[in-house]
Design a protein around this ligand. Structure first.
Ligand code: LLP
Length: 469
C-alpha cells in the first residue's frame, strides 16, 4: 500500500504506513503497525479503509475502535492458504476469539473458512449466534462449568479437555444423559519455554493449563476405556506474542511423539492443534516471523516428523488470535488537557485509557501513536500519553514522539485489535467505546457505544435503600 503523500524526510506519522518487506511476496499484516489500507490523503489526514479517521470520530464518537476489514481478511486468508499450500493433509485454522470476540469479527473469520476457538459459554454463544458451524468450534478452558460443558455438548462443538476433573465430569455426563458420545481433544502442557511476558506463557510445566505430560500414559489409558468419549485429537499452546522460531518447531515435534504414544493405547488421534502465539509488530524494533513463515515451519515439521514415525498425517489445526486481528484495528481518541512539568515531562491526556486498553498497565505493553489530522507534521515533541482514569498508572504511552498538538486533535494508537476490546472494562464507569468496520469508503457499526443507561442496566437498588428524601 503506497501513500499518496510523499513520506516526510523528518520522522512523522507517515513513517508507519504499511510497507513491503524487501523479499516478501505479500505484506504480512502481523508485521505492520497500521492496517493495510492506511494512507494519507491530500489534507494530510489519515484514512483507513477509504474512510477519513477524523470524520469517523465526528460521526461515531470518541474513543473509537476502527477495524479494517481488508487487513483482517488478508490475515485469515494468509493463514488458511499457507496451511493448504504447505501441508499435504487436511488443515483447519481457528481464530482464537479471546483476542476479540463479537458477532461481526466471528462472522468475518468464519466467512474466510476459519473455525473459532472459544473459552467460555459467552464466547461460544456469540460464535454460534454469528452463524459459525459447530463442527468448527472448539471450547477451551481450565475450569469449564457444568453449564458450559452441557452447552458445548448440546451445540455439538468439540471440547478441549484440560484436566482430570473435567475428564471425569464428562464421563459422568455421558453416563447420566442421552447426549451420546462426546467429541473431545486433550490439552497437554509441553514444557517448552519461550520468551514472552510471564502472564502470557502457557506451555511451560508450571502452568495452570493442560495435563502434565508425565501423566500421559495414565490419561491415554483412561480415555481408551471410555466408549462415551470420542478423543479425536491433541492440543497444546505455548504462549503469546512469540517472535522466536524454534519453540513452535519443538512443539510440533513433541506433539507428533504424543500422537504416536496415543496410538499405542488404541486411541486414533486424527487432529493435532498446535495453538497460537505468533507475535506482531507493536513498535518498529519488533520482528516477528510472517504468517507464511510461521505456518510453513509448522506444516513442514509435522510432515517430516510423521513421515519419520511412519504415521498418517493428522488434520492439522492452529489457533492464532493476536496475529489475525491486532493490526487490523486502531483506537482513535480525542486529545484533551496537557500538563507540563518543567524538566520532568509533559502529559497529554486522551478521552480513554486503561478501560479500553488495559495492556500497558497489565503487561507494560508498548504502543505507537500518530495524530490522524497531522500525519506529515514533524515529530518535535516528547510527551507521555495519559488516560483519563483516576489512577496514576493509567498511562498508554511513555515518551511518545509526537508533532505539536492541540485539544481536539485525533490521536490514533496502532495495533489495538487484540486483547483491547476483549479485556476492556467499565472502570470509573466509563462506557465502552463503539467499534466500526471500514472497507471501500464505508463504515459499519459493529459494536454500539455503551450509554449511561447500559452502565446501570444490571444494578439493583433494593427497596429499603431507596432514598425517600
Ligand atoms: N490458544 C490458546 C489455548 C490460548 O490460550 C491463546 C491465548 C491462543 C490460542 C491465542 O494466542 P495468540 O495467537 O493470540 O497469541 N491478554 C494477553 C494475551 C493472552 C493470551 C491468552 N491465550 C495480552 O494482551 O497480551
Amino acid at each position: 500500500m503506497v501513500s499518496t503523500h510523499p513520506i516526510a524526510v523528518q520522522p512523522s506519522g507517515s513513517q508507519y504506513l504499511p510497507q513491503q518487506r524487501s523479499n516478501d511476496a505479500e505484506i504480512s499484516p502481523n508485521q505492520q503497525l497500521l492496517p493495510l489500507t492506511a494512507r494519507v490523503n491530500q489534507h494530510d489526514f489519515l484514512e483507513i479503509g477509504g474512510c477519513d479517521v477524523q470524520t469517523l470520530v465526528q460521526q461515531f464518537g470518541s474513543p473509537l475502535y476502527i477495524v479494517d476489514e481488508k487487513t483482517l481478511r488478508t490475515a485469515c486468508r494468509q493463514y488458511r492458504d499457507t496451511f493448504k499450500e504447505y501441508y499435504q493433509g487436511e488443515s483447519q485454522v481457528l481464530y482464537a476469539s479471546k483476542a476479540w470476540n463479537c458477532l461481526a469479527i466471528c462472522a468475518i473469520a468464519a466467512s474466510e473458512g476459519l473455525g473459532i476457538d472459544v473459552v467460555s459459554g459467552g464466547e461460544l454463544y456469540t460464535a454460534l449466534t454469528a452463524g459459525v458451524s459447530p463442527d468448527k468450534l472448539y471450547l477451551h478452558g481450565n475450569n469449564k462449568s457444568l453449564e458450559e460443558l452441557l452447552f458445548a455438548i448440546e451445540s455439538a462443538c468439540t471440547i478441549v479437555v484440560d484436566n482430570w476433573h473435567e475428564l471425569r465430569t464428562l464421563v459422568s455426563i455421558a453416563e447420566n444423559s442421552a447426549l451420546g458420545t462426546i467429541r473431545i481433544m486433550l490439552r497437554l502442557t509441553p514444557g517448552i519455554e519461550c520468551h514472552t511476558h510471564e502472564y502470557i506463557r502457557t506451555g511451560h510445566l508450571d502452568s495452570k493449563f493442560g495435563f502434565d505430560p508425565n501423566d500421559l500414559a495414565e490419561v491415554f489409558a483412561f480415555v481408551s476405556q471410555q466408549p462415551s468419549l470420542n478423543c479425536v485429537g491433541l492440543h497444546a499452546h505455548i504462549g503469546s506474542q512469540i517472535f522466536e522460531r524454534q519453540p513452535h518447531r519443538d512443539l510440533a515435534n513433541v506433539m507428533v511423539q504424543w500422537l504416536r504414544d496415543a496410538a499405542k493405547y488404541g486411541i486414533e488421534v486424527t487432529e493435532l492443534n498446535v495453538g497460537g502465539g505468533l507475535g506482531i509488530t507493536y513498535i518498529e524494533s519488533d520482528d516477528p516471523p510472517s504468517i507464511e513463515e510461521w505456518s510453513k515451519a509448522i506444516c513442514e515439521v509435522v510432515q517430516t516428523a510423521c513421515t519419520s514415525e511412519n504415521l498418517p498425517l493428522p488434520k492439522l489445526l492452529c489457533e492464532p488470535g493476536r496475529s489475525l486481528i491486532a493490526t487490523s484495528c486502531v483506537t482513535a481518541y480525542t486529545i484533551g488537557s496537557t500538563k507540563e512539568i518543567p524538566e520532568i515531562r509533559t502529559y497529554l491526556t486522551i478521552d480513554g485509557g486503561m478501560s479500553d486498553n488495559p495492556r500497558p498497565i497489565t503487561y507494560q505493553s508498548v504502543y505507537r501513536a500518530v495524530v490522524a489530522n497531522k500525519m506529515s507534521a514533524p515529530l518535535t515533541e516528547t510527551v507521555t500519553i495519559a488516560g483519563k482514569h483516576c489512577e496514576s498508572g493509567d498511562i498508554l504511552i511513555k515518551n511518545a514522539q509526537m508533532p505539536k498538538t492541540e485539544p481536539g486533535d485525533v490521536l490514533v494508537v496502532m495495533a489495538t485489535g487484540a486483547y483491547n476490546y476483549s479485556m476492556a472494562s467499565n472502570y470509573n464507569r466509563l462506557p465502552r467505546p463503539a467499534a466500526v468496520l471500514v472497507a471501500n469508503g464505508e463504515a459499519n457499526l459493529i459494536l454500539q457505544r455503551e450509554t449511561y443507561q447500559d452502565l446501570i442496566r444490571q444494578d439493583c437498588l433494593p427497596e429499603r435503600l431507596k432514598y425517600k428524601g
